[in-house]
Structure formats: C-alpha cells, structure tokens
Design a protein around this ligand. Structure first.
Ligand code: NDP
Length: 395
C-alpha cells in the first residue's frame, strides 16, 4: 500500500485523483497539490462524492523546487505524479531527487520561452536518478504513453521486425464552441504551430506546419483527415525500436479549428515571445490562453469519441503484417464517470497506471526511462480495467 502525491489540478489532475482513489488496493493515501487551492478543493469534493474517499490537498508553486521538496517531505509519497505543466518537469524532478521519491509525468520539459519538444533536458537526469536508485518515468499519458506501450507490446509479441509506425490521434468530439483546445492551450498551440517532422531511415525530415495530410479509417468514428506533426514520442521511439525505418505522428483537426488557428497565427496571437503593450510586456499566447475556454469547462457539453492508436507494419515469421492497436473513448461517458472530457481521461488513466506499476513493484529500475523501455504486459493488463480498453485489429 502506497502514498501518492499528484501535482496539478487541471483536467488531467482530476482524472488522476479519481483513478488513484478508485485503486485503494494500491494507493492507501492520496495528496493533491496545485498552484490554486480552490481547484484542489473542488476535485477533493468530487472524489469524496463519487468514491467516498478522503484525499489531502495542498497549495504549491511547483516552479520552485525547494517549495516542492518541502511538500514532498510533508506528504511523504512513495511516488509523485506530475500533471501540472511541462515547464515544471525539471523542478519537480529536482525535488524528487532531493527527497528520494520516484517521478512520473506525461509531457516532456519545455523551456518557457522556446517551443522545443525535446527530451534532452530530462534525459540528462539519468545518472542522478540511477545513482539515487530511483525511477523517473517519462511520458505516461496517452500519446506519449499508451502509444509507446503499444509499440513495446508489438515489438515483444506481434513482430519479429517492425518496419514502420504511424501514430494516429483522432478526436472526433464536438464541444460546441467555435474554437477551444482540449488541453492546456499554450502547450497545445505551441505543438501544432511548429514545423512537422518525422523520422525516415535514420534522418529527421521536416515539413511546413500541417502541410501533409492523409485520410484514415479510425475505429468507431470513420474516415477522417489527419495531419502530419512532430510529437515528442517520435524522439524516444526512433531510438528504442531497433531496425525501425520510419515513424510519423498524425492528428485530426476540423476545418473550423484550422481556420481559427491560421488567423490567430497570422495576426501574431500565437507568439511566445514578449510584446510591449501599454507599458508592460505581455506574451500573446498567454493572453490568448486567458481568453479561451478552460479545457476542463468543455467537458459537460462534449459529445463524440476519441480514437487513437498505432498502425504498425513489419514481419512476423517471414510474413508481412500490418496491425492497428487502439483505444476508443467517449467524451460523454468519461464526463458521467469522473466529470472530465476524453482527452483528460485518456491522459489521466495511464498516468495513474504508470504510478501503479512503480508503487506495486511491477516496474523496477533506477534512472530516467521512457515508458516503452519497460515491460508492456503488466501496464496493458491494468489499463482496460482502469478505464481504457484496447484492441488489436489486423489491417
Ligand atoms: P491544465 O492547464 O488543465 O492544468 C494544469 C494544472 O497545473 C492547473 O491546475 C495549474 O494550476 C497547475 N499548475 C500550473 N503551473 C503550476 C505551478 N507552477 N505549480 C503548481 N501547479 C501548477 O492542463 P491539463 O490538465 O489539460 O494537462 C496537464 C498536463 O498533461 C500537461 O503537461 C499536458 O501537456 C499533459 N498532457 C499530456 C497528454 C498525453 O497524452 N501525454 C495529453 C494531454 C495533456 P492553476 O489551476 O493555478 O492554473
């Protein structure tokens, strides 16, 4: 029985809190901490109503490693699940090292003033975590996260040799707003407006942002247009799947979403550098975030499904094979269950599952690991019962 500290009380933090509370066999004690205490209180009350469990709450500025370490000393967790923002990855990793606690996150570290989507800053912590005998688990969300575990599972059970991987992420949901992002707007818009990039025979190929697209028949939602983008898991998977020839990432967007994005970009509203305005500096994308709906607030009216998976091609026993490993999640169902939309849900369930792997001892290791480096079997066994059933389809 373990103690867990969850940092971040947004859409994903809410799901993680509910999922840890459901798993009383693994998590005997839960603390939820975030920048704004009121958001923790609201989640605490909703967990109490639904599961009857009490969770502790705390206020923390996780940009401050010393403050975070003090919280760790007080909460005494056996594992920290970081679902605040990517800007806090390094300060929370520092605090975990200082106090001696394993670390789990769902997104790579981002420097505030530059969109990078690179693992190098976190990989640099490998030796320190190894020497401390602690595990840091990177990217335990859906993508990165479950998609990486699908690749590890395919490598272990379905293929002798994997040639290509296409990660396909479709949100066919409708929240009824003209323009909104499904998770933190600043991170989401940074990700989408950067150039596309994919890995092909040992080289990175670059494309203009959202310049390439293809149609794909997604399980339970049908044919949708998906756009080639760079996504952080390409960096680790291209290294961790030996013999891989090509890996790409695709995401669907509606025409309406793309039109809004184009206009916002053209007028400079997606810029991440400071602009002088009425005697003070403002960062346009941060101002835009203040105008857009809070992703959590979309949950109530969200209808439709997410359908996300990995299309993997290669050989098994001398025969060519092509499979799609995927999950489908319904926005309205996750709202009924935990008060969150499917994008938060599909991130929060794997974050809680990754922490369960560490807390239960199913995953052991010292150092910094991307999730595909660990045994996919216990994780995928736990994922369906936790709320994300997954399937394999021959294509
Ligand atoms: P939200 O913006 O809804 O929530 C972020 C939370 O973190 C808020 O409660 C916020 O506090 C808190 N926070 C921000 N800064 C600090 C700080 N300095 N100290 C303490 N708390 C802080 O984001 P989401 O819940 O949608 O996303 C959470 C994370 O999940 C993000 O890193 C995102 O990139 C990642 N993600 C990963 C996915 C995957 O599949 N791998 C998919 C979707 C998201 P406040 O309430 O005060 O603003």
């Amino acid at each position: 029985m373990s103690r867990v500290l969850i940092i971040g009380a947004g859409g994903v933090g809410r799901v993680v809190a509910h999922k840890c509370a459901e798993d009383d066999h693994t998590f005997a004690h839960i603390t939820l901490a975030s920048r704004t205490r009121a958001r923790c209180e609201e989640i605490r009350d909703s967990v109490r109503r639904r599961t009857g469990r009490e969770i502790e709450i705390a206020q923390v500025d996780a940009d401050d490693a010393r403050q975070t370490a003090a919280l760790l000393r007080e909460a005494k967790p056996d594992v920290v699940i970081h679902v605040a923002l990517p800007y806090q990855d390094l300060s929370i990793m520092e605090a975990c090292l200082e106090v001696g606690v394993p670390y789990v996150d769902t997104a790579n570290y981002e420097p505030p003033d530059e969109a990078k989507f690179e693992y190098k800053w976190q990989w640099a912590y490998h030796d320190r975590f190894r020497d401390a005998g602690l595990m840091a688990l990177l990217g335990s969300g859906f993508d990165p996260g479950v998609t990486n575990v699908f690749c590890a599972y395919a490598k272990k059970h379905l293929f002798d040799h994997i040639r290509t991987v296409d990660i396909l992420d479709c949100n066919a949901g409708d929240h009824g707003r003209p323009f909104a992002t499904n998770f933190n707007p600043e991170i989401n818009i940074r990700e989408i407006t950067q150039p596309g990039r994919y890995w092909d025979r040992g080289e990175w190929k670059t494309t203009a942002p959202l310049a390439e697209s293809m149609e794909f028949d997604f399980p339970e939602v049908g044919t949708q247009r998906a756009y080639l983008m760079y996504h952080e898991e390409l960096e680790s998977l291209s290294q961790n799947l030996p013999g891989l020839e090509r890996i790409r990432f695709w995401m669907t967007f509606s025409e309406q979403y793309l039109t809004h994005l184009r206009v916002l970009e053209n007028v400079g509203m997606t810029r991440i550098d400071p602009v002088r305005f009425e005697g003070r500096d403002i960062v346009p994308i941060q101002f835009l975030k203040a105008l857009l709906p809070d992703p959590g607030s979309l949950a109530e009216d969200y209808r439709g499904k997410t359908s996300i998976g990995c299309l993997i091609e290669g050989e098994k026993a001398g025969e060519s094979r092509r499979v799609f490993l995927y999950n489908v999640t319904d926005h309205a169902e996750t709202y009924r269950e935990v008060g969150a939309q499917a994008v938060s849900y599909t991130t929060g369930v794997p974050a809680a599952t990754g922490a369960k792997m560490i807390a239960s001892g199913a995953w052991k290791g010292a150092g910094v690991f991307n999730i595909e480096e660990l045994d996919p079997d216990p994780f995928l066994e736990a994922l369906g019962p936790a709320g994300l059933p997954w399937h394999i389809e021959e294509r």
